[in-house]
Ligand binder design. Structure first.
Ligand code: WT7
Length: 662
């Protein structure tokens, strides 16, 4: 298996939930697993019953592998479930969103206020001619309007597709064209580490090549800090539209299986995949997992630090918590940027937790590792006693990072939920239930009740405990992706062709003797850079687009903060290659290639190292042996080289890697 992330899966330190936590937990009876797994359909149905329906379903599940339909015949509206039923009930004046901008500006929206804003913006979208089923792209900062816009789309049945605000014009263009969006919602820009990240200028560049886009709605986030150009007839100010919009908009009755959103994720063969989620199954899954995994209680202030541009931001910033009527905290900026006048910087997260009295924090291992590097003096200088539960997501969390999180942030008191799932799964799949499960640092522990996960060999046979294999999900679940937008064939091929009728997530795993799952990273060539899923193929294609590059191989090398960092091995066209000994020329070219990838694919894809090489290690059939490149980049003794066409190549690369300064 390639790309394994070493975890000590035999780690025997175990942390049982405290009696105080168990006493008040939403789930504290271990029997919940037995009951749910004995009849998963009845279990999911019991969750669907907790939603507000316009019309009840006839059939819980129709399963024609690999296509599922859940709660067939039912009608409901997602925004009505996340907003109206709270705003029109006892939670009208409860805070729905507590937001803080990077410079320190703050906003609070109650459920009542959110209700008004969502209805107004839903009317704005209608006014622009957006109809049920049409696509709207969001290219937005982490501000309340991002959540408002998502909910407004769901209110009228428009399908949103969010493109992360750190992505390039090229990525925005590709995704917008793939889903054929009519409208793009964006802002002038946003704050990141004290700098302005422009969004409108990037949108302008993208929209040049987006024939389906009719309107661009622009939110003023930065006041007069940057100037932007508004194209007559196409671009309209957000504020102007909202000012004229009526505050009443009846939620559209949506079919259970109507599309809710499309979210693009990297594929191992280049082009991003448009993951399609539908209405009631997705909402049922995210509501159930939010309530049980994060143990949401009425007075919690819950903070998931993910950006809405990722699935975590969809499921666990917006839909799951709001369906439960929870108060969510949102933050715009970087974890190492201080609040004005408060002198904070690397303690920004801890300072905000103390000041707002945040009770639940759900973040990523990459952030935890960065904080470990910055030192415990930062969390230690704050009162973190409001916290009662911690979560982790995005990649395997190394046991050291888990223990650091437990001791320095949770003060040994807070349960940690390490949650395994994917854009495709929509909701958390493998996780502890914090009032029931004894956790072990580095293990995501057990499948959520009702999820049938297993570990199999290449032929699909179940493996005994202790043997590393391939993770699979044997039965459909409500929040599963339904297809890839516009490409059902690829959907079937990527997820359902390895083992017929069984979902293949692409991760390696092993189960210990206590039934705990330990995730081992991707089995294919996808890198996880700072928790973001990046395709090596996409990066290679981009490098080869550069006039000087003949061939490229990209791998993820282990990185103590980012998890994996991209490293590019490139063959330069002979006539453009710097002369031997021309170190300045070589350096210049390496810098240029890093910049090239950063500009084309976004800053997170920028390679940490670029190695200019005369050749690449290939098998006789011409397949690049990335495994050996990883050995080179990680400074290991080379693994088996017997299948190489020319073993000299890799030896010289090894020498080059240690001598070239990157
Ligand atoms: C891939 C999915 C789930 C939202 C964020 C990423 C890896 C995610 C864990 C975890 C080990 C994890 C897997 C998965 N992953 N969470 N707790 N332990 N690995 O969503 O971009 O769709 O990436 O992230 O490799 O397949 P995504």
């Amino acid at each position: 298996m390639s790309n394994e992330i070493a975890v000590n899966w035999q780690q025997d330190r175990a942390f049982a939930p405290s009696p105080e936590f168990v006493a008040n937990a939403n789930a504290n009876d271990p029997d919940i697993y037995t009951r749910a797994n004995a009849d998963p359909q009845a279990w999911w149905e019991s969750w669907a019953e907790q939603l507000d329906w316009i019309q009840k379903w006839d059939t819980v599940l129709e399963w024609n592998a690999p296509h599922s339909k859940w709660f067939v015949g039912g009608k409901l509206n997602v925004s009505a479930n996340c907003v109206d039923r709270h705003a029109l009930g006892v939670r009208r004046d409860k805070r729905a969103i507590v937001w803080e901008g990077e410079p320190g500006d703050q906003r609070i929206l109650t459920f009542g206020e959110l209700h008004t804003e969502v209805q107004k913006f839903a009317n704005v979208l209608k006014g622009l001619g957006v109809e049920k089923g049409e696509r709207v792209v969001l290219y937005m900062p982490m501000i309340p309007e991002a959540a408002i816009a998502m909910l407004a789309c769901t209110r009228i049945g428009a399908v949103h597709s969010i493109v992360f605000g750190g992505f390039s014009a090229e990525s925005l263009k590709e995704r917008t064209n793939d889903c054929g969006a009519k409208v793009i919602l964006t802002a002038d820009g946003y704050w990141r580490r004290g700098n302005i990240v422009p969004l409108k200028a990037t949108t302008d560049e993208a929209v040049e090549g987006c024939p389906t886009v009719e309107k661009v709605v622009v939110l003023n986030r930065l006041g007069d800090k940057i100037s932007i150009t508004m194209q007559e007839g196409r671009d309209i100010w957000w504020g102007d539209l909202v000012a004229q919009a009526s505050a009443e908009c009846t939620p559209e009755p949506m079919d259970s299986e109507d599309p809710l959103f499309i979210l693009y994720t990297s594929g191992s063969t280049g082009k991003p995949k448009g993951i399609l989620h539908t209405t009631s199954g997705y909402l049922t899954g995210t509501m159930a997992t939010s309530k049980l995994v994060f143990d949401l209680q009425e007075d919690d202030l819950y903070w998931c630090s993910a950006d809405v541009g990722w699935v975590t931001g969809h499921s666990y910033v917006v839909y799951g918590p709001l369906a439960n009527g929870a108060t969510i905290f949102m933050y715009e900026g970087s974890p190492d940027w201080g609040t004005e006048g408060k002198g904070g910087a690397r303690d920004r997260f801890w300072e905000m937790i103390e000041r707002h009295k945040i009770t639940i924090l759900y973040t990523a291992p990459t952030l935890i590792r960065a904080c470990m590097k910055w030192g415990e003096e930062h969390p230690n200088s704050h009162d973190l006693s409001s916290l009662r539960l911690l979560g982790s997501v995005g990649e395997p969390i190394n046991p050291e990072a888990w223990l650091w999180y437990h001791e320095n942030i949770g003060k040994g008191r807070c349960p940690i939920v390490d949650t395994w799932w994917q854009t495709e799964t929509g909701a958390i799949m493998i996780t502890p239930l914090p009032g029931i499960v004894t956790t072990k640092p580095g293990s995501a522990t057990r499948p959520f009740p009702g999820i049938q996960a297993d570990i199999v060999d290449e032929k699909g046979n179940s493996l005994p405990d202790g043997q590393k294999g391939i993770l699979v999900i044997r039965q459909p679940w409500p929040s599963m992706l339904r297809t890839l937008w516009g490409n059902d064939e690829r959907y079937q091929q990527v997820y359902w062709s390895k083992f017929e009728g069984i979902y293949f997530p692409g991760d390696g795993a092993v189960r210990d003797a206590d039934g705990n799952f330990w995730l081992l990273g991707r089995v294919d060539d996808i890198m996880l850079v700072a928790g973001h899923n990046i395709s090596t193929m996409e990066m290679e294609s981009t490098l080869v687009e550069h006039p000087a590059v003949a061939e490229a191989a990209v791998i993820g090398k282990a990185h103590d903060v980012k998890g994996q960092a991209p490293v590019a091995f490139v063959i330069i066209r002979e006539h453009l290659a710097p002369a031997p000994g021309d170190t300045a020329g070589a350096q210049k070219l390496r810098d240029e290639l890093k910049k090239w990838v950063g500009e084309k694919l976004g800053a997170i894809c920028r390679p940490d190292d670029v190695i200019l090489s005369a050749d690449l290690p290939k098998t006789r059939s011409g397949k690049i042996m990335r495994r050996l490149l990883r050995d080179v980049a990680e400074g290991r003794v080379l693994g088996d080289t017997t299948t190489l066409a020319d073993p000299v190549v890799v030896a010289s690369l090894k020498e080059k890697y240690s001598s070239e300064e990157n």
